[in-house]
Write a protein that binds this ligand. Structure first.
Ligand code: HH2
Length: 406
């Protein structure tokens, strides 16, 4: 299947983790060759017409190159291996127009910079708010005002109940609230805009009056996004990956933040084909491309977060592979958000346990995700998650900068 067709022409660079053991930080385990030892794998993709220039630029460098196979014509993919310094020096030289395509050099530099970042990122939200992300994992509390969400559906259907729950999540330590009016569980059918608006808008208005917590709204619809942003919401969480140009325009115009999540198809169809040739490569390319599309339509890069979309059109094995290698997404240079809370793959790991019995597994998965590079965790159980995450500080891993590999 390979990367999505729309991503094929892209110039792209990403770190591919060989090992996911935090103790060696994902580097290549000592072994095969002096170039590779303790080094990193960088995958690059570029148009075939650049191939000879790129190969020449690598001549004499302590970087080894393995072809990754190619489709006919463009693009070419190479897997490069070398020490961080060598990869950086190569990317910098290209970026400065010394010996190869500058555009590839800039991609390499961005990927290395994003992946190895140690300082917090600034996240721009609606209403002129800014948040520092990366000092400790942030918690986004889920507030579904739906009758049919897979875990909390029907619990907070009344306005008063929903507001009370939202404020309770804030007092438990939520850094954001994510208000959702439409279930996106596998197989869910789309909802009329008016119904979604009737559910979320009053909740957003009340929460804005009664709390200063940043409010995210989980919606795929431009009309809903526009109304909630005007009512004071700060962030749009689009499980559709900002594929709708009208949604991108609303977010740009309202200067709001946005989560860009990967999902193949729609909630109704997403589990019908969960095969990928290389799930990590495909999701990286998708998010890379969606970030560009968002920027092109005027959304500031600083306003964006990325999310691999655990459980959205992925097999059991793929969900675990994405979590194990979550850190790779940091090369996109934006905060990484992840939602594992009470999801089906955890129930499956427990041998077939329903959402109500998945709390402990959710906490364990949240902690693992934070260890592996998540900046924001989207959870139903805010207080237990905050308590579970509190063990990161004494372990010297409270800040994700601290958890970054050397
Ligand atoms: N998961 C769900 C909904 N929205 N948004 C992001 N960014 N990431 C996620 O992993 C994610 C999400 C599914 O969880 P929930 O909202 O509890 O269920 P439902 O879709 O049934 O309302």
């Amino acid at each position: 299947m390979g990367p999505p067709a729309a991503g094929r022409g892209l110039v792209e660079a990403r770190i591919e983790l060989e090992s996911t053991d935090p103790d060696d930080g994902g580097r290549i385990p000592p072994g095969s060759s002096p170039v590779e030892e303790g080094g990193w794998t960088l995958r690059v993709r570029f148009p075939a017409t650049w191939e000879s220039a790129v190969r020449q630029s690598l001549a004499g460098k302590t970087i080894s190159s393995l072809p990754l196979g190619r489709t006919t014509g463009s693009p070419v993919e190479l897997r490069l291996r070398g020490a961080r310094k060598a990869l950086h020096a190569w990317g910098k030289a290209l970026g400065e127009g010394r010996g190869g395509p500058p555009k590839l050099g800039r991609e390499v530099e961005d990927a290395l910079h994003g992946f190895f970042r140690r300082s917090p990122l600034s996240l721009r939200l609606g209403g002129g708010r800014k948040l520092r992300v990366g000092e400790r994992p942030l918690v986004m509390g889920v507030l579904n005002v739906t009758p049919d969400s897979f875990y909390d559906g029907g619990r907070y259907a009344g306005l008063e109940d929903a507001v009370e729950e939202g404020l309770a999540l804030v007092s438990e330590g939520a850094d954001f609230l994510d208000v959702g009016g439409e279930s996106t569980r596998p197989g869910a059918s789309p909802l009329p805009v008016a119904t979604e608006l009737r559910r979320v808008l009053p909740v957003v208005e009340r929460l804005r009056r009664e709390s200063s917590v940043p409010i995210s709204v989980d919606t795929r619809r431009p009309e809903v996004a526009k109304a909630v942003l005007r009512a004071g919401a700060h962030l749009i969480n689009d499980v559709g990956g900002l594929r709708l140009p009208a949604l991108r325009r609303v977010i740009a115009r309202e200067e709001a933040g946005a989560v860009v999540m990967h999902m193949r198809g729609t909630p109704r169809t997403m589990q019908s084909d969960t095969r990928y040739t290389d799930v990590r490569a495909e999701i990286f390319s998708y998010l890379h491309e969606r970030l560009r599309a968002a920027e092109k339509d005027g959304i500031s890069r600083e306003a964006l977060l990325v999310d691999p979309g655990i459980g959205f059109g992925k097999s059991y094995a793929a969900n675990w592979e994405l979590l194990r290698h979550l850190r790779e997404l940091r090369a996109l240079g934006r905060p990484v958000l992840v939602g594992v809370s009470r999801k089906g793959f955890l129930g499956e790991a427990l041998g077939g346990v329903g959402p109500d019995g998945r709390l402990e597994a959710s906490l364990a998965a949240a902690l693992l995700a934070a260890e592996r590079g998540a900046d924001v965790l989207r959870v139903h159980d805010v207080a237990p998650t905050r308590r579970a995450l509190s063990v990161l500080a004494p372990m010297g891993r409270a800040g994700l900068a601290a958890a970054s590999p050397p």
